[in-house]
Design a protein around this ligand. Sequence first.
Ligand SMILES: *Cc1c(COP(=O)(O)O)cnc(C)c1O
Length: 432
Amino acid sequence: MTTDSTNTELFERARKAIPGGVNSPVRAFGAVGGVPKFIARGEGAYIVDEEGKRYLDFMGSWGPLILGHCHPEVIEVVQNKAALGTTFGAPCRAEVDLAEMVLSMYPALEQVRFVSSGSEATMSAIRLARGATGRDLIVKFSGCYHGHADHLLVAAGSGLATAGQPSSAGVPKDFAALTLVLPLDDEEKAKALFAAEGKRIAAVIIEPIPANNGLLLQHKEFLLTLRRLTREAGALLIFDEVISGFRVAPGGAAELFGITPDLATFGKIIGGGLPVGAYGGSRQLMAHIAPEGPVYQAGTLSGNPVAMAAGLATLRILQREKAWTKLEEMGALLEKEVKAALAGVTTPWDFTRVGSIFWLSFQKGGAPRSAEKLDQNAGERFKPLFHTLLERGIYIPPSAYEVMFLSLAHTPQDISTFAGELRDAVNATAAA
Ligand SMILES: *Cc1c(COP(=O)(O)O)cnc(C)c1O
């Protein structure tokens, strides 16, 4: 691998200094094999690695970069803000500006609290739900990802039991048992669980557009059933909008479905490429948070002025550019071109999309709506395809079960390039 020498060298150094060579597991290319690319810089819809190779990027840093890389206005704001001081540990104007912006875009919220990641947002929302209801049980769905907090690293138990099992070493069994796990797209199981345990449930947390295990699109009726069940039981409904927030509509999936959650969590886009998360709800619920209430939650770098400014600049540009209309148009174009490009191939595939989020499943029987219906062998078909695309300068997430993103920086030409390269790569790898 002489052509890959800088990436290889860096990965060798990284593996000595950092577990697995990465600071977030999926970056290590574990599911696809090979040496990850070390990215030196971004330019709109493109990234460039340490060896100077350019890639057309459909990962967008896993979701935050809805404007593409290095949007000049965002970069300018970040540079100007940083020059004034990067952190104070005291309130700053940018926090108020971003909070007001978020509330104006997401009507279900009357107050919002900023943290530094999506994981922190969901962890804090769960604590708030427990504190506000005085109940301990939470319900999550198999196939949804909510970050790496202990009570959310939980998988379905065996057999009929809904009590969760730790999905990571280091999560106590007793703790995981407080998380009940349901399958997506199954109203009957949700109803049965609420009939049995409803009065002990603090909250149901769901990605209303599950986008961490493929794109497992839910029927609106299913989400409405969860809204009704939680309300009747006095439990809270938490929409984890870390991916969908500000991407599928100004008001996220809540706006798209017309369903109002009690709490919502954000990350990714809200920081405009810098580390920001947030959670919010009604004033009455948020009054439980310290210093007003007894639910403790804090952060040295929370509401960081540079990160707030990057988030605010991003949201302003999205509004000004009527981004959601444009992204839907580009998404529709991509869908049309990909479907046409793959029409003749022999490999099984399906295409799912919500606005600028899309996923190609390489399995028979159409796009699944629950994690249980995911074909675990799709990963094997994906590996050679991934490397072929990478070789040809197309960067997609290194896993068969990750979604792809369009940004405002992608052009119709980029979309045609993608569709063409995809067809060639699928054909090249199907024959092998
Ligand atoms: C990415 C993600 C998280 C975790 O956010 P981090 O910033 O990675 O901690 C939580 N929920 C969903 C839906 C996500 O996609």
